[in-house]
Design a protein around this ligand. Sequence first.
Ligand code: AMP
Ligand code: MN
Ligand code: ZN
Length: 918
Amino acid sequence: MNNEHKTRVAFTIATITTAAIISIIFTVRRRTRRKQLESSSNSCYSHSEQKPQCTFKRVLADNSYTPFKHLSFNASGSNDAEKGSNLHPFEAEITALLTNNHQPEIELGAKKLEMNDSYVWVDTEMQLKELVDVLSNERFFGVDTEQHSLRSFLGFTGLVQISTQQDDYLIDTIALHDSMEILRPVFANPSICKVFHGADNDVLWLQRDFHIYIVNLFDTSKACEVLSKPQKSLAYLLETYCGVTTNKLLQREDWRQRPLSAEMVQYARTDAHYLLYIANCLIIELKQLDNENTCSDDKFHFVLEASRRSNMICLQLFTKEIEASPGESAALSLYSRHQSNQGSPSISDETQFLYTVRQLCTWRDLMARIHDESLKYVLSDQAIVALASQLPASHSKIYNTIVQTDVNAETGLTSFIPSPSPVVCSHLSDISQLLANELVKHGDIYSVILQKCLGQKGSCKLNIFNYALLVNSNLRPTLSYKHSSLKNPRQHSRKASRNLFVKKFSCKSPVYHNCRIFANDGRLLCYCDRKKLEWYLSRDLAKLVDEEPPAIMLLFEPKGRPEDEGNDFYIQSKKNICVGCGEGNHYLRYRIIPSCYRIHFPEHLKSHRSHDIVLLCVDCHEAAHAAAEKYKRKVASEFGIPLYVRRVIHPGQETEKLNDEGGVSPLQLRSAALALLNHGPRMPLNRREELTEIVKRYYGGREISEEDLESALQVGMRPIERRRYEKKRGVSFKHSTGNAAAVPEGENHADCAPRVSNVDTLNVDTLNGSYANEETRSGDNRQDDSGEPSLISDLAVDKATSNGNTILIKTTDDDEDDHDEAVNVDESLNRKQQNVVSDLSDSRDEESLRDEDSTQAKHHSKLSLLGHGPHGKQVVDHLLKEYGEDGVREFCQRWRQVFVDALKPRFLPGGWDVKHRI
Ligand code: AMP
Ligand code: MN
Ligand code: ZN
């Protein structure tokens, strides 16, 4: 090998090695970067935010489920917090005051009232000790506390104000959190009277944060009670006794703030400074009353009573509210509030809804404990309701749902709560999994979340407030309620929701009256309800042949018989039971062919309704409904017709195809607009662009203005939503014209502002004349997500029937039947007889208890854009165009098959057939 060759080989080897090394380095770097990205997307805001309470070295009440331990004394007299008890450490001392008829002795000399500019800010242990020395020599002092509760699970004391006759002290309880116990002796000293106003909370807060217990309290609000003062607020007392006005709004300030603003200092001092003077005045009044009636022996002791009531407060003990299932009471109260607000969505949605509310409440409770935040900071009540009812699937949809709901609900002072909170932003994937029912696959929600957040590779910061959650995780309440009757939330929620539905929706009276109509040769023609029967009788077209259940025989020969059509179905008597399982105690109607399709069928294919409306109990109804919803999605993908409208129609653009690419759902549009309006400037740029893109798509790609955003906010809102929205925004758009609603006042309509964005609203207006009218309808226009008003219209009928108010339901088929029949009767009997066949075919339907199709047809125009209305129409149009009426018939058969497959019904009436034809 010559040198040249050697060099070349060496060079090649070097090159290859270098390339390999470089490639390894790059791979490693890439991996590290990916890992960094992953971990940064994993990590929680809790790592980067330093909250004041993080400086506390000891906390008495942490966020775990372990009960609060009160101060206890061991034999040697020194306190031993570790042993902790649930007894009041000063019960004996307080009881002594109560039984010894303790009289408060607050006598001020010529003490001047004015509050000068000087006060003592106490934020070192040294100063605190000096204060204790001062207080030990006082016979009374005034006290008030301020607490912070938004960014803390249990809340903590941010300031304690103490006023003696000489000075006002403001104690920085954040800086001195771990030293506050120095004050215990003076507070527990029975010979020093502590004057508070409305001490109930302060007493508990001082126990919770510092194990400070009060012995010998005089509460000016209790004195007001005893004196029967017209008011007992501190503001009232300050005003009447001291001529001082105070702005109570300041109590809601963030008392963690340092330094305190001058205004806050003033407020805090005022709350304590005048207490001694006010107490003195009140005691004088109490004594006067005592002196006024000295004659009787069993007289009412005013001073003693005020003192007794005050010291009773001291006996209260702080406890952590520990629920059997955390978040449970919140969930139930949310649920019942939602119930009374919303009326009644469809049954399966309702079950899911309650279940999701409970899950979200539990999640919120645990997240609040882990991050030491208040529940309302983590996630607002209204956001929980919105998430549970809309079940947004993607992170951005979840984000938008929360923003939108919170902004809509925004009320003055709470507006500084970020929405969504950093907790939600750091843990969006939890919510997304929870909503998809994927968060908890095995185990329970507590261990899953604890592990995710605080476990070995947990995303969140371990701290003094949450570590006991992890350490004592065996104490978490899941264990306790496993043994209770509420086996698991899901079961309980199902049970609650089922009962609710049985009560609300089941038919109030038997559905089938099973009245029979016989031909004049004695052959059974059909079953019907009483009304139909009476119609024939009143016109002397039939005679009564049986009483219970009633039967008539026609006095004329009907043209055609059911069996001629080869169909026995209509001459079967029908039982008032669930066709699925035979349950006879409650049942409701179920439409086998979803109304969103059926209402678009050609009129003659809509007859024979009774075949495709069956009775189901709540459970079978739920199962059938779920199967139908699932199949709807299948239909949507099979036909390529989305369930939700993709594009909102502009005026003059009606010709545009609904499934046009680049469409935008009203909800998406609204959320985007809302987020942009309220948070636009503060959003990350890429998020802002993303949202702007959505809104621009709606406006055909042109640049958009603030007004456009405002208009977009109202696209596709239901009238009720819009009214709420207007109320909240304090804007009132004219109701008489649908157009005005979408366009801000004074806006020139000539450009492409979406004037008919509220297509549904507009039509509702013209149909019903007014919104008020619409509201009084018993919810029949309300639709569930599926766009099916089915259950709701059932409800309307039930109500009408059970009231004996048939007029109401006659806005449906009956009107039309009566009308036709009236015409027939006016003409010759001959003509009438010819019509009997068609009458009979109608009367078959009578027994189906009215499909309400016509109601729906009438209301069709107001099918919400958010429902499946447009989807149904497109599917039916497609079927008719491609396969004609047979396509529709086959489509019906498919739905019957879906129904049969889902329920395996055992009690279908004889003659019922998947292949049933018209
Ligand atoms: P106060 O002694 O009246 O200033 O109230 C003491 C503490 O109670 C305040 O610092 C607040 O944390 C809390 N607080 C009392 N009333 C309200 C309220 N209406 N809204 C919010 N917080 C309140
Ligand atoms: Mn106060
Ligand atoms: Zn976290």
